[in-house]
Ligand binder design. Structure first.
Ligand code: URP
Ligand code: ZN
Ligand code: ZN
Length: 531
């Protein structure tokens, strides 16, 4: 765990930053088209990154990058240094890439009778140290109320140290929720809603609600997201394990097998097809779910599949570990699967069946995990990853030749920015983009674990993991926040990034709707006499 001095909090700077970014200030987005938007870094810092390979999702080039006031001003070879007040960073032999964007996190989330241990400060410190400069977190409504939910999350995010956006979960349905969804999109800059098909008795929605929600999402130009597991069958599976006397963490995996993930994924995809609206499947953990997505894509349906780092590189053998503290660390839903699923998900990521990588960062410490020491159903579900994602994906996918460097940028940053309609302000190093940038040295290696991580948790599911490719520098909106192993983060400096509706996934939906209507050949006009 990080010590307070390692975090190097510059409190004076924090006060100044809080003054220039009032706690509830929500900056205007660039209206979907991109550009720098109305909230640059604003502190006058000038940085010149020289001699590196600048990688965007569309191409890699040898170029320098000049940053002023939180924004990328120039990307071209041989930019002269200018004056002494410019910080020059030598990136020779290194990759200069857009900071990671994590589409799936749960900071300070109330869940399963406790609260995730990383909040919008420690989670951001961890993210920045690992090369992630933005994330999108899930707002959980308060007793089903979306307004109360967003107010609560705005408060939680006051200590943010990097840019963030919000998705919103929908946990009940009535006219008020339907009206509030519109308010969330139009007034609060949220363009995605998540429906949990699992967690019976708490967050789970019925098919009826899912159908209403899909229709509402479509009308608002908002992306519907699903946690796809059959929650009724999971509850049965859990009882079956308890009846068999299986109360330990292995019961978690046994009670919710891949078939239940495949079934729910297929159901959600088919309902989205019926409504003709795009669908985003979060944390795809199994071959079963991935193949449903592949099939739908082959048929031309707009379905996005998001694997998470744990599902790509871990396997369920940990859940059988005789030590409860070790085994319980790996409890998340859908469960980490048997060896073989991860490799198949990696292949699907390489081939584009799965499009972007999240973490589902949802950390609980060993004391919280111990709530379920007699009953796996009470182990809070979730694992870490916000700090580890960029390194693990580089090592697992790029170092092994499974994806190219440009694909790396696409799956860790650009695709997320495009899907949630904030590209090219985010997800690119182009003139006018926010200066969220990392410098990765492919020759250096990393070792992960609680001794170096910045999460507040006393455990790490990647403990002892080694690999190649090290993020040496992280720049967040034009400020160097991570360099030479030192973190310089400022609570209150993060900005809320509004995500505008009607992203690219909605282009042409009205045309396919029109073709559908034209193809109905109905109503048939029948003469009264014939009737
Ligand atoms: O185990 C998990 N995934 N915890 C976070 C909540 C969710 O389902 O995304
Ligand atoms: Zn989920
Ligand atoms: Zn999640």
């Amino acid at each position: 765990m990080a010590t307070p001095c390692r975090l190097m909090l510059i409190l004076l700077a924090a006060v100044a930053a809080a003054a220039s970014h009032p706690a509830h200030e929500f900056c205007a987005a660039s209206g979907g088209g991109g550009g720098a938007g109305s909230c640059g870094g604003g502190d006058g810092t000038r940085i010149l990154i020289k001699g590196g390979t600048v990688v965007n999702a569309h191409r890699a080039e040898e170029a320098d990058v000049y940053i002023e006031d939180g924004v990328v001003v120039a990307v071209r070879p041989n930019i002269p240094v200018g004056d002494d007040n410019v910080k020059v960073i030598d990136a020779t032999g290194k990759y200069v890439m857009p900071g990671g964007i994590d589409p799936h996190t749960h900071l300070e989330m109330e869940f399963m009778g406790t609260v995730t241990i990383d909040d919008f400060f420690s989670g951001h410190a961890a993210a920045l140290a690992g090369g992630t400069t933005m994330h999108i977190d899930f707002v959980i409504p308060v007793n089903g109320n979306l307004t109360a939910g967003i107010e609560s999350y705005k408060h939680k995010a006051e200590k943010s140290a990097m840019d963030y956006g919000f998705h919103m979960a929908i946990t009940k349905w009535d006219d008020e929720v339907s009206r509030e969804m519109e308010v969330m999109v139009k007034e609060h800059g949220i363009n995605s809603f998540k429906f949990f098909m699992a967690y019976k008795g708490s967050l789970m929605v019925t098919d009826d609600l899912l159908l209403q929600g899909l229709q509402k999402c479509k009308s608002l130009g908002a992306l519907a997201m699903v946690h796809a597991e059959n929650g009724d069958a999971v509850a049965e599976g859990q009882q079956r394990m308890i009846d068999l006397g299986i109360t330990g963490p292995e019961g978690h995996a046994l009670s919710r097998p891949p078939v239940l993930e495949g079934e729910a994924t297929s159901r959600a995809i088919r309902l989205a097809k019926f409504v003709n609206t795009p669908l985003y499947v979060v944390h795809v953990m199994s071959i079963d779910a991935m193949e449903e997505i592949a099939k739908a894509k082959r048929e031309g349906q707009r379905v996005i599949g998001e694997p998470v780092v744990s599902g790509l590189v871990l396997d369920d053998s940990w859940l059988w570990d005789p030590d409860f503290a070790t085994a319980s660390k790996y409890v998340m839903s859908p469960p980490i699967r048997e060896a073989g699923h991860g490799k198949a998900l990696q292949a699907a990521l390489s081939s584009g069946i799965l499009q972007l990588v999240g973490t589902d960062h949802c950390t609980f410490n060993s004391t919280q995990k111990a709530f379920g020491s007699d009953d796996f159903r009470k182990i809070p579900n979730g694992v870490n990853g916000i700090e580890e994602r960029m390194h693990i994906i580089w090592d697992t996918m790029v170092e092994t030749g499974k994806i190219t460097v440009t694909d790396y940028v696409r799956v860790t940053s650009t695709e997320c920015a495009k899907i949630f309609n904030i590209y090219p302000r985010k997800g690119a190093i182009l003139e006018g983009s926010d200066a969220d940038i990392i410098i990765l040295n492919p020759k250096r290696s990393f070792v992960m674990g609680t001794h170096t991580h910045h999460s507040r948790s006393n455990t790490n599911v990647y403990e002892g993991r080694k690999g190649k490719g090290l993020v040496e520098v992280t720049i967040s909106r034009g400020r160097v926040v991570w360099e030479d192993g030192n973190l310089n983060v400022v609570p209150g400096s993060g900005r809320y990034i509004r995500t505008p509706p009607f992203g690219y996934l909605f282009d042409g939906i009205e045309k396919s709707d029109a073709i559908y209507r034209a193809g109905l050949r109905a109503p048939v006009v029948r003469s009264k006499a014939a009737a």
